[in-house]
Design a protein. Structure first.
Length: 149
């Protein structure tokens, strides 16, 4: 997957202005309303965690994608939640791989576009491997199933 810098998610807010009043009144002003952006990660994959984690071993707690069904030439939004000591996350599928940039310790996010998928591959389930690397080189891999359409 190609490396792409994460894009900020805009948050829209609006407020309803209070109507002008002609003198004292005991009625309350309308409460401000806000509109928030919906969560772009509709698919969450939570791997089973080991019973005992060796000290310094990196962990992946969850992988979030925009959908479990990914479209040829469509967007792919990725968010990987890890233990805070993870220094690098890579997504891999077959011969393609891409770095998922660190936003903050334990938070890795990327936005990309899928390549053209041959029609014959439409509808198949594949696995995207997410590999987390710790500060001394230890690695943990989580396989996430997705459907290509």
């Amino acid at each position: 997957m190609p490396e792409v810098a994460p894009q900020p998610v805009p948050i829209q807010a609006s407020a309803t202005p209070a109507a002008p009043q002609s003198g004292p009144s005991n009625s309350p002003l309308p409460a401000p309303t806000s509109t928030t952006t919906p969560n772009p990660y509709a698919y969450r994959f939570v791997p089973r965690q080991p019973d005992h984690v060796a000290p310094g071993m990196p962990q992946i707690f969850a992988v979030y994608l925009n959908s479990k069904e990914l479209h040829s030439l469509g967007p792919i939004l990725i968010k990987v939640s890890t233990s805070p000591d993870v220094v690098k996350v890579v997504s891999e599928n077959g011969s393609s791989a891409g770095l998922v940039p660190m936003i903050s310790p334990g938070d890795f996010e990327a936005t990309s576009k899928l390549p053209k998928i041959p029609f014959i591959a439409s509808g198949i389930e594949i696995y995207i491997d997410f590999v987390a690397t710790g500060p001394t080189g230890e690695k943990t891999t989580v396989r996430v199933p997705v459907k290509i359409i």
